[in-house]
Design a protein around this ligand. Structure first.
Ligand code: APR
Length: 240
């Protein structure tokens, strides 16, 4: 831990690559945890796809609505807050690249977050919007739809098999290539291209994860710690 804290102090450009484990201590279940309650019989891979949404818009919309409601009730944890405080103390020195759609980095005050998989709090049109697809024409429902042409609203997140937002991905690849240190926090490293960023950096790679991940072999150091436990120690609240 001390060695990594020294690397943080010496690093000019830091990237934090975060996954669902970053929000676990806020009470947000990770993807590879068993689904709980009503959704226990579904796998994210079965619901987070365009074909699942087209096949059963109500089911998929309600799954996202239940996750939005749960996320609205939780708070950023000490890990999110330590990252945001460091960014505010050292403008431009730390970039957050997240796979999470929960918006907790943003709510913690991080000024610079590259959200590779979108944001669960937002939605967009399923098919290319026509002139009739306006808020005034949008009727409530699960999902809301255009009263004129029937176009559906869908969560503005990246589903399995979909392209990531080009601008965010390009900025994340640039940040990864240019950083001295990448803290890979709370990700199993099984989903690409996000996980690949940890292999694309020339900087040191440090993993913060209580369990083994697919990226452990790419790490210069592995901290078997939690996000909320380790990050306040690695990003101390002192000007350094
Ligand atoms: N602190 C740090 N890491 C933790 C904690 C914690 N408190 N609790 C769990 N973890 C780790 C787990 O050990 C696991 O390696 O977080 C990781 C969560 O892995 P996943 O559930 O696979 O989440 P993630 O890696 O973000 O998934 C990537 O897959 O489902 C898609 O698009 C979705 O963005 C998601 C992507």
């Amino acid at each position: 831990m001390q060695q990594v804290a020294d690397w943080v102090r010496a690093a000019r450009r830091i990237v934090v690559l975060s996954g669902a484990g970053m929000s676990a201590e806020s009470g947000v279940p990770t993807f590879r945890d068993a689904q709980t309650g009503l959704w226990a019989k579904f796998r994210p891979e079965d619901l987070a796809t365009e074909q699942a949404f087209r096949a059963d818009p109500k089911l998929v919309w309600e799954w996202y609505a239940s996750r939005r409601a749960m996320i609205a009730r939780v708070q950023p944890n000490a890990g999110h807050l330590a990252i945001a405080a460091f960014q505010q103390r050292h403008p431009g020195r730390l970039t957050v690249v997240t796979q999470n759609v929960d918006g907790l980095h943003q709510r913690a005050g991080s000024p610079e977050v590259l959200a590779l998989h979108g944001n669960i709090a937002e939605d967009r049109w399923l098919d290319a919007p026509r002139a009739c697809c306006t808020p005034a024409n949008t009727v409530a429902g699960a999902p809301p739809r255009c009263a004129a042409c029937g176009n559906l609203r869908r969560p503005a997140v990246v589903w399995f098999g979909e392209m990531l937002p080009r601008a965010e991905l390009a900025a994340a690849a640039e940040a990864a290539a240019g950083c001295d240190l990448m803290l890979v926090v709370g990700t199993s490293g099984v989903v690409h291209p996000a996980a690949g960023l940890a292999r694309a950096t020339h900087g040191r790679v440090v993993i913060v994860n209580p369990h083994p991940s697919e990226l452990d072999d790419a790490a210069d150091a592995v901290l078997r710690e939690t996000a909320a436990g380790a990050l306040p120690q690695l990003l101390p609240d002192v000007a350094s």
